[in-house]
Design a protein around this ligand. Structure first.
Ligand SMILES: O=C(O)CCC(=O)C(=O)O
Length: 301
């Protein structure tokens, strides 16, 4: 089995996604652009720390006060918005989710030396399993990150669910084994189950130069690696979901009003401000831009 290598060829990227559940886009960013992004995230992250606005994510790395998430990059610079709109990213999101997909979140993940190990997980842990007619079904609203089912990363022999989300890690610095490159379990997207936190699985660290993008779909098992180097690892995550779904970052609420007012029609649509088959409307199912509640009719006499 020869694992995916960084490639600029879209057909190879798609073949890798199908077979392994991930692919690596080569040279999506120039070295200058990757450097500029790295400096921008670093500045933003440091400012958030100084002003006590920084975030860590204990749900995925218990006790980790070193990793830093810089959330809602939608509000923090046009250069980040351009990543979400990048044609290479949109093409793979379209392949996995369909033309009508949404941006679910846009964040940076900085792993600093001394971080804790992030447990393997699949992003669509919330997906109920297919069931045979007449047998009990999982209730989606009752699922938690630890509901399982757990199993092996081998090809399922029963029907499994399709991907409803896709995650893309833009490498703003080189990703190496030493600095905590994202680890992936190849082929786990076809297993129909989730990794058991009490077990060890063979995960492959995805090493690639700055400017590459690691793309994994919602069923693929993955985690950030341990940073044993002497420098931080900078990654920006553009995460997309199917249009019926609740986005991770609640962008229609979380986008600052001046940012929303400056968005292009394409970005408004990607962020979910446009109704989809009447879902997401506020008063007009056909509006090109859903209006805020205060702009719509309230109780009238
Ligand atoms: O930072 C990483 O390498 C992985 C991030 C991750 O697991 C996620 O965004 O779901």
């Amino acid at each position: 089995m020869s694992l995916p290598e960084p490639t600029t060829d879209q057909a190879s990227q798609i073949a890798d996604l199908d077979e392994f559940g991930y692919c690596i886009i080569a040279e999506a960013l120039s070295q200058d652009d990757a450097t500029a992004l790295r400096e921008r995230i670093s500045t933003q992250a440091q400012a958030e720390r100084i002003q006590d606005l920084d975030f860590h994510y204990p749900a995925e790395a218990e006790g980790d006060d070193v990793n830093q998430w810089v959330y809602q990059l939608i509000n923090k610079g046009d250069e980040f918005q351009q990543l979400a709109l990048h044609p290479a990213a949109r093409a793979l999101a379209t392949y996995l989710l369909g033309a009508e997909h949404l941006l679910s979140s846009l964040d940076a993940h900085i792993t600093y030396p001394g971080n804790k190990s992030m447990p393997l997980h699949a992003d669509q842990w919330w997906m109920p399993q297919p069931v045979a007619p007449g047998t009990p079904h999982g209730r989606q609203g009752d699922l938690t990150r630890t509901s399982g089912p757990y199993g092996d990363p081998t090809i399922a022999t029963v029907p499994i669910t399709p991907p409803l989300v896709v995650n893309m890690m833009w490498m703003a610095s080189d990703f190496t084994i030493a600095n905590g490159a994202t680890r992936i379990v190849p082929g786990s997207h076809l297993s129909g189950c989730l990794p058991d936190p009490s077990r060890h699985y063979p995960a492959v660290p995805i090493e690639a130069p700055a400017g590459s993008v690691l793309v994994w779909e919602g069923r693929t098992w993955h985690a950030a690696g341990l940073n044993t180097a002497d420098h931080p690892r900078f990654g920006i995550v553009t995460y997309y979901c199917a249009p019926i779904m609740r986005g991770l970052a609640n962008l229609t609420y979380g986008a600052r009003s001046e940012v929303r007012d400056a968005m292009s029609p394409e970005l408004l649509k990607l962020c979910g401000f446009t109704p989809w088959n009447s879902y997401g409307m506020t008063d007009d199912p056909d509006a090109s831009d859903a209006r805020a509640g205060d702009d719509t009719a309230g109780r009238l006499d």
